[in-house]
Design a protein around this ligand. Sequence first.
Ligand code: PLP
Length: 629
Amino acid sequence: MYSPPMRMGCRTCRSKGAKGRARCGIVFRVAGEYIAGCGALSRRHDSLMLLLRRSILPQALRYTRIVKMSSQPLHTRDVNGSGSESSKTVRDERTVPPMGMTSSQFNNAATEAIQDITNYYDNITDRPVLPSVEPGYLAKLLPQSPPTEAESWDKIRADMESKIMPGMTHWQSPDFMAFFPASSSYPGMMGELWSAALTVPAFNWLCSPAVTELETIVMDWVAQMLALPECFLSKGKGGGVIQGSASEAIVTCMVAARERYVTRILEKEGIALTEEQKEDRSAEIRSKLVALATKHTHSSTHKGANIAGTRFRSIDTLLSNDFALHGHELRSTIEKLKSQGLEPYFLTVSLGTTNTCAVDDFESIAEVKKDYPDIWIHVDAAYAGVALVLPEYQHYCKHFSTFDSFDTNMHKWLLTNFDASCLFVQNRRDLTDALSITPAYLRNNFSDQGLVTDYRDWQIPLGRRFRALKVWFVIRTWGVEGLRKHIAHHLKLSDLFVDLVRSRSDLFTIITPPAFALVVLTVNPTRKQHAPKPSSTSGEPKAENTVPYQDSHLAVIPQQPDSSTLELANANTKKVYEIVDESKRVFLTSSLVGEAYAIRVVSANPLASEEGIRKVFGLLVEAAEKVLE
Ligand code: PLP
């Protein structure tokens, strides 16, 4: 409950509770002032106090009621804090306590909210994973204008269930197997709660040293957990920073890459230029810059290039290479662009593409980078990167020391609530050179002397949230071993799903190698002879997949497509997808893989379970049986 400045003690009976706090905790406001009551009924305000103590009326109403009851101030105080109790000036006319609730009210409301949340998680499977509302549903339920009078928390709370929940897609439900997951965990939520409680947009070290220092420490922990090369740790020239999203990380790196590329060309040209000439020449160079990615790289690279104001080209990759980019494809693209007078300056390579979790061929790409050191290579491991906690996957890191940056979202698969995108760079100066602008009001001795990290220079916005807390809480709650088991569990679920799908090769085809708990399948053009494949439920991740998926029972995406087969398979897969989707019992995503319409099943949700895997498989079989009848 809100306690006003306690020099006044209880304004009703003048008694003081422990540590100067009012014992009864009752606070009310009369004619423009907050008054704390000690709980003892004063002779003067008996009826008022009784009303307050017994009332279940919302706080705002209490205030209003009292103000109405008394036209004369019962007590006055100087709200400017001059200490003069005799002042008759009442300047504070607020009817709601400064924090919206008193501490005691917050205690109750937060306790109820936590109960609502645990209830939500404990019973999440009782809710359909997908909502059934029509577009615009919410406008029909809410007033068109904001409330003029304060509303009670009880009323606000009730609207969560009645108004908001019907329009929610339940990402935390085990029936959510679409896109990639957005992890949530109780320790992650605790981090969010504390971050909200402290609310420090700590752009500079000085704005809250703990925010910066914890971030540096936990990012070094993450780098070690994922076995990234030492050059990405803060003890050298590199370091990590928590960004809001993988897209933000890409555009941030792209801007740094663009400026680094321009600077290097100017240096190579070595011509003494005036500031104006330098500006002109830089603009000329920028106009020729091209960012690169493959057709399967996430669209954030294309978007980043648009934002950074440079060109974008995508490189074709082959099904026979599982859509992975190889060095020779990169080299020929670079050479072609250069022959056209263009300057490739940025490349995103993927550790786990969105469509199929393809992994580019880092070894051969690292060879090309040796010949083109000015091209910034960014590893987008938004989803799959956290699997590097497993030693079996750490061979992928072998070539990362050749690359400039690496980013993975702990908020996708590693139990950390949105948002926690972990970006690591080899050379932090690349970021600060491009992004540091220090007006006088941001200057301070610590920063000027270079003693501290100011993360505002490693990102696009100035202010930043205290995200390191939730990362810290998560890592400490699970420990590295616990995190490994978490990832391994999902890989086992995925292996189970693969086995189930293979057991119905009459209906389905898995079209790319199952990887990182993602399985991509199509429905067959016609029902095939049943030919179950051998099981592979070892639970161990498979070694690097550099060959086409050998288990494909049918070339749904043949190298020379037979269009009628492909069309039939696409039509069947689409129908099956739609039947399953309309059931609203699970949520899957469909996608185009090459020219094939495919269904993606991801078993990496924190609450994913064997039961859920069997359920989705059952629904797919039921729908496919119907379609292939
Ligand atoms: N990269 C990959 C491989 C992704 O799958 C995604 C999103 O799913 C992104 C980047 C973009 O992620 P974000 O939403 O964090 O920007």
